[in-house]
Design a protein around this ligand. Structure first.
Ligand code: G3H
Ligand code: 13P
Ligand code: ZN
Length: 308
C-alpha cells in the first residue's frame, strides 16, 4: 500500500464526517496515531510542519511514515502543514509527500491566488493535491470584536472566486478557531452561518478547519497536577466540530491535543518514578496516551470510525 492523496477520502467524507489530520514530530507520535486509526479503521492524514521537518529531518519522517504504512497496511496521506512558500512545497512534493498546504493567508487576495496557482500547477503535474488558506485564524482578542471578525474571517464570495481561479483541491477557512491552547475568551463561538454560506457557494468542495483542538480540561489538569503551569486554556467544543463535519468540513487539524496528552503522560510518569531515567519507560505510556487521544477524536469529534 503506497501513500495516497486525500481526493477519495474527502469525496467519501463530504457532508458525513471529517478526516483527522494529526501533526507528527517523532516515532512515538506516529505509532500512537497509526495504531488508533488501524483499530478504528479510520481514514488518516499525517501532517508535518516546517518546524517538525526541521526537528526530525524530512528523510526520517518520510521513512517513519513508510514504515507505518508497511506495518499497518493503512492508506495514509502525508501532508505538508502551513507551507509558507513555493520552495518548501516543491521540496515536499519532490521528496514524496502526497499533499501540501500553501499558506498564503497573510498575503493580499490576488497574491495569495497567484502563489497558490503556482503551487497547484507544480503539484498536480506530480500527482499531489493542494490545500490553501483564505482568511486569517483570529487570535483571542480579534474573535470578540465584530469589526475584527469581518476583517479576518473568510469572505464566502472570495472563497468561491479563489477556488475557481486557483484550481486548489481543498481550502482552509477562518470561522473562529485558532491555533494553540488559548482559543476563546469567554464563551466559545464559531461562525456557522459563514460556514454554511461558503459551503453553499462551493457545493461538494472540501473545506478544512485548522486550530481545532478541544483542549480537554482533564489533560490540562493532569499537566498541572504533576508540575505544569498552564492557565486559561480553552479549546473548541466537540459538538461544534461534529457539526462542522456535516457541513462540508472534510479535514480537521489536531496538534495541541496530542501535545497535551503526551506531556501529561510524561509528567505523570516522571513525577511518580523520579529515579527512572530509561526513555522507553516514559515514552511507552506517552505513545499509549497519543493512541487513546486519537481514538477519542475518531469516535467523538471526527465521526470517521470504519470510514475506510
Ligand atoms: O499549526 C501549526 C501546528 O500546530 C504545528 O506547529 O510549527 O510548532 O510544529 P509547529
Ligand atoms: P491546534 O493548535 O488547535 O491543534 O491546531 C493545529 C493546526 O491547525 C495545525 O495546522
Ligand atoms: Zn494550522
Amino acid at each position: 500500500m503506497p501513500l495516497v492523496t486525500s481526493k477519495e477520502m474527502f469525496a467519501k467524507a463530504y457532508g458525513n464526517y471529517a478526516v483527522g489530520a494529526f501533526n507528527v514530530n517523532n516515532m512515538e507520535i506516529i505509532q500512537g496515531i497509526v495504531d488508533a486509526a488501524k483499530e478504528e479503521q479510520a481514514p488518516l492524514i499525517l501532517q508535518v510542519s516546517a518546524g517538525a521537518r526541521k526537528y526530525a529531518k524530512h528523510v526520517y519522517l518520510m521513512k517513519l511514515v513508510e514504515a507505518a504504512i508497511e506495518d499497518s497496511g493503512l492508506p495514509i496521506v502525508l501532508h505538508l502543514d502551513h507551507g509558507e512558500d513555493f520552495e518548501i512545497c516543491k521540496s515536499c512534493i519532490d521528496g514524496g509527500f502526497t499533499s501540501v498546504m500553501i499558506d498564503g493567508s497573510k498575503l493580499p487576495f490576488e497574491e495569495n491566488i497567484a502563489l497558490t496557482k503556482k503551487v497547484v500547477e507544480y503539484a498536480h503535474a506530480h500527482g499531489v493535491v493542494v490545500e490553501a488558506e483564505l482568511g486569517r485564524l483570529a487570535g483571542v482578542e480579534d474573535a470578540v470584536k465584530v469589526s475584527a471578525r469581518d476583517a479576518t474571517y473568510t469572505d464566502p464570495a472570495q472563497a468561491a472566486e479563489f477556488v475557481e481561479k486557483t484550481g486548489v483541491d481543498s481550502l482552509a477557512i477562518a470561522i473562529g478557531t485558532s491555533h494553540g491552547a488559548y482559543k476563546f475568551k469567554g464563551e466559545p463561538k464559531l461562525d456557522f452561518e459563514r460556514l454554511e454560506k461558503i459551503a453553499s457557494l462551493l457545493p461538494g468542495f472540501p473545506l478544512v478547519l485548522h486550530g481545532a483542538s478541544t483542549v480537554l480540561p482533564e489533560f490540562v489538569d493532569k499537566c498541572n497536577q504533576y508540575g505544569g503551569k498552564i492557565e486559561g486554556a480553552q479549546g473548541v467544543p466537540e459538538d461544534m466540530l461534529l457539526k462542522a463535519g456535516k457541513m462540508g468540513v472534510c479535514k480537521i487539524n489536531i496538534d495541541t491535543d496530542l501535545r497535551l496528552a503526551m506531556t501529561a503522560s510524561v509528567r505523570e510518569y516522571l513525577y511518580n518514578n523520579p529515579s527512572d531515567f530509561d526513555p522507553r519507560q516514559y515514552l511507552k505510556p506517552a505513545r499509549e496516551a497519543i493512541k487513546n487521544m486519537v481514538k477519542h477524536k475518531i469516535k467523538n469529534v471526527l465521526n470517521c470510525s470504519n470510514g475506510l
